[in-house]
Design a protein around this ligand. Sequence first.
Ligand SMILES: Nc1nc2c(ncn2[C@@H]2O[C@H](COP(=O)(O)OP(=O)(O)OP(=O)(O)O)[C@@H](O)[C@H]2O)c(=O)[nH]1
Length: 511
Amino acid sequence: MVLGDLGSKLVDALGKLQSSMLLDDGIINQVIKDICLALIQADVNIQQVNELRQSIKRSLDANAIAAGHNKRVLVRQAVVEALSKMFDPGHPPFQPKRGRTNIIMFVGLQGSGKTTTVAKYANFYKKKGFKCAVVCADTFRAGAFSQLQQNAAKVRVPFYGEQENKDPVAIALAGVRMFTEEGFDLIIVDTSGRHMQDTELFEEMKQVADAIHPNDIVFVMDSSIGQAAHDQALAFRQKVNITSVVVTKLDGHAKGGGALVAATQSPIVFLGVGEGFDQMELFNTHSFISRLLGMGDVQGLVAKMEEMDLEKKHPELIQNLTEGRFTYKDLRSVLETFMQAGSLTQMMDMMPGPVGKFFHDMQGGDAANADREGFLRLKGFMTIMDSMTEEELNSVKPLTATRVSRLARGSGQHSRMVQALIEAHKLFSRFGSQLKGLGINPAGDINPRNLNPQTMRKMMSMMPQQALKQMGGMGGMQNMLKQMASMGRGMGGMGGMGGLGGLGGMFGGGG
Ligand SMILES: Nc1nc2c(ncn2[C@@H]2O[C@H](COP(=O)(O)OP(=O)(O)OP(=O)(O)O)[C@@H](O)[C@H]2O)c(=O)[nH]1
């Protein structure tokens, strides 16, 4: 996952809260220390780490007086809140709107991934129904014109550039005018990559901005530079009004944490997680923290599925999920969606608790080949389901032993693969029926009205007993969920400490 190293260290630190019998100040201080160390190792600026430490302590002191609160829950909440604050710029990013002209100008250092991100950005909004076009105002790098032209062709959006012209202001203006007249919603202007010392190129960037009046200036930043990102963002900000940030190359950079935190004076809108045009994730502080802390991100998953038009393509799946019945046909629709989503790793990261773990195990331990491995195994599953009868496909029950051997023979797959398929089906069914049983809506909100004793008992029966005890039984859990729900509203209705993702983590015993 993105920042997997930082994530696993944070999960380990928080795990100490659950594994210690007696939660005294010594353990709490150790947890806070481990969290701070993990952030420093991810190259987060030491001063910001100190602020986080103070913020957690302040929050714990303030809550200590409130009787009846569960200490473990309070510490965990204080950490989630402080981390969210750290990654959050405090104001929402610019949102392009369809039906009007949105001019987006991309700026950044040389090689930060601007041109690639322009194509990813166009691809993302094109899928959302925007009429997109790109303009190449990079007259500095020789290959920039043809790179963007080819990228635009690959994502099938119109391109404007003038190969012989060396005046970026004139090109940007001409491109923007042409596409505005033609009624495009989203006109994305790529500019030259520059170094901080390049005063001339910085002046030129300002001239382009003054000429085209962009609605949003997106600063593209390579995550590998860690906290040095702060000075770079500042240098660009002094010349133009940066309103959004895209952090690139987060696939496999330990310093990414530092870059993310350093960038947050302007809202981060996307994360670049690979070279492919669909390897860009919408950034949402809350989802990001949920995933970082191993709580899954069901909201992100729902958004991804929406993006893939799952409701239109597989209406029966949505219907079945809301009714709490999950057939093998439904499993096939889900897996098909995963396979079309491009990056399996990205999808797996969003799966909560045991479902996420199951798919991670399927990908094997080799991160470099994870996508390919996972893809091959999913293909194996699809082959098995191709050999199923209509009755089997519509079944909600595990398959019998005779059917397992018949399917293994018929599909040419090992019977262990058929068993694994049955496990996957069971996990998804359980997850679906848990959601149905709890009356939680698919947007990930926890409805406080559902927190009646009957629902609570249902939730308790699904949770590992040890985790439940540590939460302080039913009273502690009820308190925690209410606080999660109210925190969620505070964070824009995101469902508190992870919404469904948080719950998924709890059911997996990881919460
Ligand atoms: N792994 C990974 N590579 C990326 C990502 N984004 C861009 N790249 C790669 O980074 C390299 C530079 O990307 P470009 O898009 O050419 O960078 P640029 O900022 O336009 O470069 P200049 O025009 O010279 O400033 C290319 O090899 C891209 O494929 C990402 O999110 N992950």
